[in-house]
Design a protein around this ligand. Structure first.
Ligand SMILES: [Fe+2]
Length: 411
């Protein structure tokens, strides 16, 4: 495919060199089917803030059945993303839809750029989002589901947007969602042990129907050089409890893959493999654990200009990539104040009291104000966490503060 963008600039070439210099991170791997003690130990090693080699990511080997479900949702999603833009736009998230996480969603352009001469739009990142297939019995706890916050998180009154052109997408998604949910609950028990909760203390904070979604992200074939600084997903950390990301596309050696920032500020590729999910901690776990668990800054970089097919000396390898992201959330009213077990005797907790909904929604000041949340207090908590993580430069702080994607998609 011929490139239609301008020739790469010197700085973009320098970025390419930097990309090639990225040291592949030897992200540890743990087997979800292995002994529980081994999983607990791997999670402790991967996310303990006092571990100077803390990678902030852990690869999890999936069961063969689960890996097959991931492959199915990956393939069906690709059929959807391969449709013309006009056909995909039919399934766009409806206007006025709540900005926060929700049980149903649809198609969304997450990031794009326009050629400098006012020409074509190039999509860097597009999403299809969908949630739990189980219906909600609101009569069980109407005060939870039908409150103002409940309406925000459980907007079932909005029709679902499933593409008629790919009727196999919905069953593939639903099966993957339910299988991944089982892994999430397995990990909840693991995290309970890691941070010193009594059995069931974390599970009780996720007892309602889930409102989190599976976000399928598509990074299309790169056909033009993006403006300097434009990447597929900006550097951020997730607002969820934790996230699981899977992909069936092999890591592209030219770049454009998931990268994680180490505590010393260097970037490495995570190197997700076939039949694996990558686990990373979110802000809620960092707060609950009083900062003992590290929520790593990560990003999905843009492939370097040299990766554009058709460029001089370029690659014929596709830069298109699909990721399937699940952001596990506690119930929106769950307490995420640091637990006493993680606060050293005689010291104050590092984070003030808070609930999950405040952590999820504070980047939306309008909704936060409606629900009575203190946005400024939440912002201070976030900046304090980043500063503690090895003092990143100011531009990264600013980037993190303004670029946290909804549904933690960030996640
Ligand atoms: Fe993320």
């Amino acid at each position: 495919m011929a490139t239609c963008g301008p020739a790469p600039t010197a700085s973009q070439r320098a970025n390419f060199v930097a990309q090639m210099a990225l040291v592949p991170l030897r992200t540890p791997v743990a087997d979800l089917s292995g002994p529980r003690d081994a999983l607990v130990s791997a999670v402790k090693q991967a996310f303990s803030f006092d571990n100077t080699a803390c990678p902030g990511m852990l690869r999890l080997k999936m069961s063969p059945d689960h890996a097959q479900l991931l492959r199915a949702v990956h393939e069906e999603s690709r059929r959807f993303f391969d449709m013309p833009r006009s056909a995909k736009d039919v399934y766009s998230t409806p206007p006025g839809y709540p900005s926060g996480p929700h049980r149903c969603g649809g198609y969304k352009i997450q990031k794009a750029f326009v050629d400098p001469d006012g020409g074509a739009e190039h999509v860097l990142n597009e999403w299809f989002v969908a949630g739990c297939p189980r219906p909600i019995d609101r009569s069980v706890e109407p005060e939870y589901y039908d409150s103002a916050a409940g309406h925000h998180f459980y907007a079932d009154d909005t029709p679902r947007s499933w593409p008629e052109e790919v009727p196999t997408l919905r069953p593939a998604h639903d099966a993957y969602y339910l299988a991944t949910e089982q892994v999430c609950f397995q990990l909840l028990e693991v995290f309970e042990e890691v941070i010193g909760f009594a059995p069931g203390d974390l599970l009780r904070r996720a007892r309602r129907e889930p409102f989190y979604v599976t976000t399928v992200a598509h990074y299309p074939e790169l056909e033009a050089t993006p403006p300097e600084g434009q990447v597929r997903i900006d550097a951020h950390y997730d607002q969820s409890l934790f996230a699981l990301v899977g992909s069936c596309d092999a890591v592209n050696p030219l770049g454009g893959n998931l990268e994680v920032r180490a505590l010393d500020g260097s970037w490495s590729e995570v190197g997700l493999g076939e039949g694996e999910l990558v686990l990373n901690c979110g802000e809620q776990l960092a707060r609950l654990s009083n900062g003992t668990l590290h929520h790593a800054v990560h990003r999905v970089n843009t492939p370097p200009a040299e990766a554009l097919a058709g460029t001089s000396g370029g690659s014929s390898r596709s830069t298109s990539r699909i990721s399937v992201m699940t952001y596990f959330q506690l119930d929106y009213d769950a307490d995420i104040t640091p637990i006493p077990q993680c606060v050293p005797e005689g010291s104050e907790p590092k984070y003030p009291p808070s609930i999950a909904a405040e952590c999820i929604l504070y980047t939306d000041p309008v909704v936060s104000a409606k629900l009575g949340f203190d946005v400024e207090a939440q912002k201070k908590m976030r900046i304090a966490q980043v500063r503690r993580a090895s003092h990143p430069p100011l531009h990264l702080l600013l980037c993190i503060c303004i670029c946290i994607a909804p549904a933690s998609a960030a996640d």
